[in-house]
Design a protein around this ligand. Structure first.
Ligand code: ATP
Ligand code: MG
Length: 405
């Protein structure tokens, strides 16, 4: 008998011949995320992964907290691994169910239906028999085990439609029993889908955008443009904090901090006011692409959402795209701000993003930015800039920080 963690993964199962590559990547990422919690065996078995700690005092809650941030995982359960023997199953299930009922009675998880009889908890048993040599079929396991628990735990009653909890029994070579399934984010393991360079501002959108592409298996590298002294040192710290939060999901983020003041001043000086933002965005994209190519990344990522501001109209996005040849991923393009905020809250970046430090985009803004710029007028307006030299200098002066959680 042993307490272990059962990890379920979803989309990877559909990967056909490539499935082992994704599974190996997921197992590597699991090991990485649990490093520091003590020795564990990570074992793949029948489209699941089991994590078996070596030490008695292994911190299961901490491990679960880490695992639900590993992309590719759909859900996890802390389970008890026991022999596939029905007497054993009954005995251990009774102990586990009793503890769980006590826990539910202590917390608020009781069925609202039972408010008057607050000592009642409803349940059902769900059994899966993966090992056909086991003498009982699933319905029989459910009926007999359910009956046994009901007889021995006075506060239990059965509700097969809306139970307060489900008691799960999976009979395989060993049997696994558990009461909780903790959902995770799904997606694909980081590193299984190349690398993207995220344009990370201090706002709400770009961290959420980076998280969404990481969820699809991209490793993330980040670029931040800052305009000291127009933006403060604290604005830079805020971006480092955001990268730190993202690193909980992405392991390690190489953050390029690019000095942008001279470029902004030059654009401000030489370009028409209504095109300031779009030209600034084009220079940002160019620099980000240079960094991406050097880092062997295959895409740029931004937090743009259609129509949010003047630089995010279809025409403006086309003018921005024209300056780079790498694909630009904009996972928030069809989202409302509220939907983005929901993601930011879920991933833990929201509270940091709303801290009131200025971004370089907000320092030099036009009163009436053009919402439908054309490529030819924008290119014409850029003619007086020494773009190549400016970019070269900014890249040379870039500070690189390796951010870990
Ligand atoms: P966010 O909430 O992420 O700041 P936003 O709504 O403020 O986005 P914009 O300021 O127009 O929108 O920026 C659009 C996108 O451009 C951002 O999502 C980000 O990807 C990129 N970006 C803007 N400012 C910076 C910056 N200072 N450094 C790096 N990328 C930036
Ligand atoms: Mg912004």
């Amino acid at each position: 008998m042993k307490k272990v963690i059962l990890v379920r993964y979803g989309e990877i199962i559909l990967k056909g011949l490539n499935r082992p590559i994704f599974e190996d990547r997921l197992m590597t990422n699991i090991r990485k995320s649990l490093a520091g919690l003590g020795k564990v065996d990570v074992i793949r078995s029948q489209a699941r992964i089991f994590i078996e700690p070596h030490d008695e005092d292994f911190d299961f809650d901490k491990a679960v907290e880490k695992l639900i941030k590993v992309f590719g995982i759909v859900s996890v359960s802390i389970v008890l691994k026991i022999d596939s023997d029905f007497e054993q199953i009954k005995m251990q299930s009774l102990i586990m169910a009793q503890k769980h009922v006590e826990y539910l009675l202590r917390t608020t998880k009781q069925s609202p239906k039972c408010q008057e009889q607050s000592e009642i908890i409803s349940f059902k048993v769900e059994a899966k028999r993966g090992d056909k040599s086991f003498p009982m079929q699933s319905p029989q396991i459910c009926a007999e085990l359910g009956g046994y628990l009901l007889e021995n735990i006075p506060s239990l009653r059965v509700d097969v439609h809306k139970p307060d909890f489900i008691f799960f029994v999976e009979v395989r070579e060993n049997t696994y029993i558990y009461c909780d399934i903790i959902p995770s984010n799904g997606g694909l393991p980081i590193g299984s889908n190349g690398k993207g360079v995220l344009l990370l501002s201090g706002g709400i959108d770009s961290p959420a955008a980076g998280w969404m592409m990481a969820k699809r298996g991209m490793s993330i590298e980040a670029v931040h443009f800052y305009s000291y002294p127009y933006t403060s040192e604290r604005a830079k710290d805020k971006v480092i904090s955001l990268a730190k939060i993202l690193a909980k999901y992405c392991y390690r983020i190489k953050l390029h901090i690019v000095p942008f003041t001279e470029i902004q001043l030059e654009i401000n000086d030489k370009c028409p006011e209504e095109l300031l933002t779009i030209i600034m965005r084009r220079v940002m994209m160019k620099i980000a692409e240079r960094i991406a190519l050097k880092s062997e990344a295959q895409a740029l990522i931004t937090g743009e959402s259609l129509g949010q501001v003047a630089s995010q109209t279809p025409q403006a996005l086309a003018v921005t795209n024209a300056v780079v040849s790498l694909p630009v991923f904009r996972p928030l393009i069809g989202m409302d701000k509220n939907e983005v905020i929901e993601i930011a809250r879920k991933i833990g970046t929201y509270e940091t993003s709303i801290l009131p430090y200025e971004d370089c985009c907000t320092v030099f803004v036009a009163k009436h930015p053009k919402t439908k710029p054309t490529l030819s007028e924008t290119e014409k307006s850029e003619e007086g800039l020494h773009i190549e030299e400016m970019i070269e200098k900014a890249i040379n002066d870039t500070e690189i920080i390796i951010v870990t959680e």
